[in-house]
Design a protein around this ligand. Structure first.
Ligand SMILES: [Zn+2]
Ligand SMILES: [Zn+2]
Length: 326
């Protein structure tokens, strides 16, 4: 449901039901399924109860059968590159505006075969997305350490942020805090309609900041989906991408189908200017982590050399690059 970007309210119903059921003893769940009293439990309605009852009876729920028919790659044409991607530098948990605990994001990334996932919850000024203060981010880093201790090294949840690029090109988090992270994605989320000259200055300011590793969804456009459409920001793309190439900042290929950012013409311009790229899911739920399929297809179509895509790199090379300007 998440990978099809269904309404989050409907997805949340299943997540809430799972939260209610998981801690219960198995025989209680079974007897309630037989007696038809599952719906007396908090968070369980008729549709989630039907799924649970089927599962208790050893029947694959009809709903799941239908959903699984839509499984498989999301896009065609990028399979070879997709197989070379080792991780993802842009994802959100329920610490900001994502739908799931960071532990679940990590588990799903492992199931997908990633070597690493960078957790990049939003920065303080993005209040609508419950952006993290320095205090909350500090606490999150402790949780990330604990998760990695349990995982034992085969997979790493990396510390990161999607930091807002403020109007003057500065970043919305303290240097001290930014310096404690592994990878930093910088994105514009406000005043997207700013005139081209100040927008160019703003973006270049962020790219020149030695903390910045990735320029996130650079045009801010929305091309489809339930948030409506939004035109791309205007800026001097040649100047911005030249700065990215000079600083070794990766231009993000944001895989979300409603973003498809950068647009093809700009993707080709960044390619020709010698930029690095990062194919990211910008997942807000575990089921969206494999949206990388879309980004891989676009990068392949644009003929981008896989070695210029930092998410094909192994973890140590990635970390060395991400810390190189500090
Ligand atoms: Zn963003
Ligand atoms: Zn994001």
């Amino acid at each position: 449901m998440e990978r099809q970007r269904e309404e989050s309210r409907r997805i949340e119903a299943f997540r809430n039901a799972a939260r209610t059921i998981l801690p219960l003893p198995e025989d209680e769940v079974r007897s309630r399924a037989e007696a038809g009293t599952l719906t007396e439990l908090p968070g369980i309605g008729p549709s989630t109860a039907a799924v649970i009852t089927d599962a208790c009876n050893g029947v694959v729920p009809e709903r799941l059968v239908k959903l699984e028919k839509t499984a498989g790659p999301l896009a065609t044409g990028g399979e070879e590159l997709r197989a070379r991607l080792r991780g993802d530098l842009h994802s959100h948990s329920d610490w900001s505006d994502g739908g799931s605990p960071l532990e679940e994001m990590a588990m799903t990334a492992m199931e997908l075969g990633h070597d690493y996932l960078v957790l990049t919850d939003h920065s303080p000024r993005l209040r609508v997305a419950n952006g993290l203060s320095a205090e909350r981010l500090t606490r999150q880093l402790g949780v990330v350490d604990a998760v990695n201790e349990h995982l034992g090294g085969a997979f790493t949840l990396l510390k990161g942020i999607e930091v807002d690029i403020l109007d003057d090109g500065s970043l919305d988090q303290t240097d001290e805090m930014l310096g404690r992270l592994d990878v930093r994605v910088a994105s514009v989320h406000s005043k997207l309609r700013m005139d081209a000259a100040p927008m160019t200055k703003r973006m270049i300011g962020a790219v020149r900041n030695p903390h910045t590793n990735v320029l996130g969804h650079c045009t801010g456009r929305l091309v489809t989906g339930n948030r409506g459409v939004r035109p791309q920001s205007t800026f001097d793309a040649k100047a911005v991408f030249t700065a990215c190439a000079e600083e070794g900042v990766a231009v993000e290929i944001n895989s979300r189908p409603e973003r498809r950012d950068p647009p093809t013409r700009l993707l080709e311009l960044a390619r020709d200017l010698g930029c690095l790229f990062s194919i990211d899911s910008d997942a807000h739920a575990p089921g969206q982590l494999d949206m990388l399929d879309y980004g891989a297809a676009r990068a392949t179509e644009a003929g981008i050399d896989p070695d210029r895509i930092v998410t094909t790199w192994e973890r140590d090379r990635l970390l060395e690059w991400a810390g190189a300007r500090l």
